[in-house]
Design a protein around this ligand. Structure first.
Ligand code: TXA
Ligand code: MG
Length: 348
């Protein structure tokens, strides 16, 4: 299929919105930016369109999708028995990078929920996403716009790499600034449970729901702990190269990575460092900084793009510095644990 590119300069135009709506109404696929990562969208209530989403991404059929809405009034007809905690979280964090799992109605197709009795819903904040969702006026299912298993996409160029020829339209709206996917909270259990950490941290959520829980598999490298969210159990965010993460005292981390580089003279190695450490490495084929340790938002924003850059460099191995398990550090480490398939050295 020929993919049409819609470039948005300042604001998406009425003509561009019309083209997009037409594709959704026909059951086709449109990739659009959100504040977290790009999303691969389809009519969330059309089973045939939803099947195409799984096919385009090569996504396992038991991994449910998130329905995206522009207004809380669109919850009507798709969810029921909304808990007080869910209402309070919506009030505080929507629109924004928070996905809530709620009880679904029978009008939501099984293809959206992978057969579960619950459905994930999110109201994004990104202006282009909001304009599209209001104009189309129906829930749009949108998983991250990457091939299954690979790092999510945060720019038009990376979307094009993965999905050109597989979707009707790609909307180019520049960089997705948050850089990691939304926080997912199950509100059908009491107390609510964080299933995937994101930009909105446990600490942020505790202000609204003091007793909120967190799924212990999120930051465990023990693969025998089964995650409660289907999507978390798959190989994820994985660059082609074998990635390793090192956590602990910064001087020790730099020493350990340098030691390994020196021992592996025949391998092409990339290092994902930070502004504070980048000058301390020697002998790597490719080295870049994820950003400053003082600014975890910057680190999150660059993480997936930098993992993809390592693949561009065709390295054999990637050595990444780890972060403290606090605030946004938890979300960054969750992605790194998966990118490294559990190859994480703690306690340096
Ligand atoms: O930021 C985001 O959330 C992005 C943008 C595009 O909105 N979307 C995204 O979608 O990350 P996806 O499909 O890559 O991740 C959805 C996650 C998966 O881990 C999935 O298993 C989980 O949400 N999920 C969806 N429905 C669920 C449900 N009913 N119960 C538990 N987990 C669910
Ligand atoms: Mg994804």
């Amino acid at each position: 299929m020929e993919t049409k590119i819609i470039k948005v300069d300042n604001k998406i135009t009425e003509d561009q919105l019309k083209d997009i709506k037409e594709v959704f109404d026909m059951g086709g696929l449109v990739v659009f930016p959100t504040e977290t990562v790009y999303g691969l969208g389809a009519d969330g209530l059309n089973p045939e369109a939803l099947k195409k989403v799984y096919k385009a991404k090569n996504r396992p059929g038991d991994n449910p999708l998130i329905l995206h809405i522009a207004e809380t009034s669109q919850l009507e007809g798709i969810v029921e028995n909304i808990s007080e905690d869910a209402k309070n979280m919506m009030e505080m964090f929507w629109p924004g990078p928070l996905t809530l799992i709620m009880n679904r109605t029978k009008d939501v197709p099984n293809e959206a929920t992978a057969g579960l009795e619950t459905v994930a819903v999110r109201m994004p904040e990104h202006e282009i996403a909001r304009d599209i969702l209001s104009y189309c006026n129906k829930p749009i299912a949108a998983p991250s716009a990457n091939l299954s298993g690979k790092p999510s996409t945060t720019s038009f160029e990376r979307v094009f790499e993965d999905l050109n020829g597989k979707v009707e339209i790609i909307v180019d709206g520049g960089k997705a600034s948050v850089g990691i996917e939304s926080t997912v909270v199950d509100t059908t259990v009491n107390p609510p449970l964080i299933l995937r950490p994101g930009k909105i941290t446990r600490e942020d959520l505790e202000v609204i729901v003091p007793n909120i829980g967190i799924d212990e598999s999120i930051i465990s490298k023990d693969e025998s702990i089964i995650p409660k969210s289907p999507g978390q159990k798959y190989k994820h965010y994985a660059p082609k190269a074998e990635a390793y993460c090192f956590v602990g005292n910064l001087d020790n981390v730099v020493k350990e990575i340098n030691k390994r580089i020196a021992e592996q003279k025949n391998e092409k190695i990339a290092v994902l460092a930070t502004d504070e450490t980048i000058d301390g490495y020697e002998g790597a084929h490719f080295i870049t900084s994820l950003g400053s340790r003082e600014n975890l938002e910057e680190i999150a924003s660059n993480l997936f793009e930098d993992l993809r850059k390592c693949d561009d460099e065709k390295v054999d191995m990637i050595y990444v510095e780890g972060f403290e398990l606090r605030g946004l550090g938890v979300s960054i480490m969750n992605r790194l644990l998966k990118a490294c398939s559990g190859r994480v050295v703690f306690g340096l």
